[in-house]
Design a protein around this ligand. Structure first.
Ligand code: C5P
Length: 215
């Protein structure tokens, strides 16, 4: 069975998708991490960001593994490096590149072909898995999403203000929504879940009920 969870940055998708996968004993696919790995590898190989084919080649050659909560690039745990502001600021080069997207979708389908999976991203219910049995579109108000991210970053020792996070988030929302292929969009048959005021475990319980109805 394939469960897709799409939605904007900061909606809490990763946390709840990972928890849901664990509860259902499904594999978990963090597709944002894939695009982040393309950018990290591009930085390491000093790619010319305007060279679309160069970046696509990097995407096609990516040796990526997901091991529980770990994201391994060429066997190296890059979980925190891929979430740095430097990588986030460059992400649009990977996400806007059609050949990179093709490579990522092919990889997602390959990874999901082996087992039941909860997959999380922007285009999972629309492009990658249009036939998925259960599609969720997870969202929260912009203010709530920014508040959560600030809390998360402060806990990680980063000094940020709500205003600056809200500004970055609005920019990323606009870029993600405007993308012609693979842009942020709910599938016509997606179930919309708005998580304002809900704790992660409450969201997971709700999602679990929605999945079990469709199993
Ligand atoms: O989910 P996360 O914030 O890690 O995703 C990083 C970026 O990767 C998103 O802002 C989006 O531009 C891109 N992305 C995408 N398609 C996906 C997942 C992520 O374009 N399926």
């Amino acid at each position: 069975m394939i469960v897709t969870i799409d939605g904007p940055a900061g909606a809490g998708k990763s946390t709840v998708a990972r928890m849901l996968a664990q509860k259902l004993d499904f594999d978990f696919l963090d597709t944002g991490a894939m695009y982040r790995c393309v950018v990290l590898q591009g930085r390491r190989q000093k790619v010319d960001w305007k060279d679309e084919d160069g970046l696509a080649q990097i995407a096609n050659e990516l040796v990526l593994e997901f091991d529980g909560t770990l994201v391994l690039l060429d066997g190296e745990d890059v979980g925190s490096e891929i979430r740095s502001p430097e990588v986030t600021a460059l992400i649009h080069y990977a996400a806007d590149n059609l050949k990179v997207r093709e490579a990522m979708v092919a990889l997602q389908r390959k990874l999901a072909s082996e087992d039941d999976v909860v997959t999380e991203g922007r285009d999972q219910g629309t492009v990658a898995f249009p036939e998925a049995e259960c599609k969720i579109f997870l969202s929260a108000s912009a203010e709530e999403r920014a508040r959560r991210r600030v809390e998360q970053m402060r806990q990680a020792g980063q000094d940020v203000t709500t205003e600056e996070i809200l500004e970055q988030q609005n920019l990323r929302d606009r870029q993600d929504e405007a993308r012609e292929v693979g842009g942020l969009k709910a599938a016509a048959d997606a179930l919309h879940v708005i998580t304002d005021g809900m704790r992660p475990f409450e969201v997971v319980e709700h999602l679990e009920r929605l999945v079990r109805i469709r199993r």
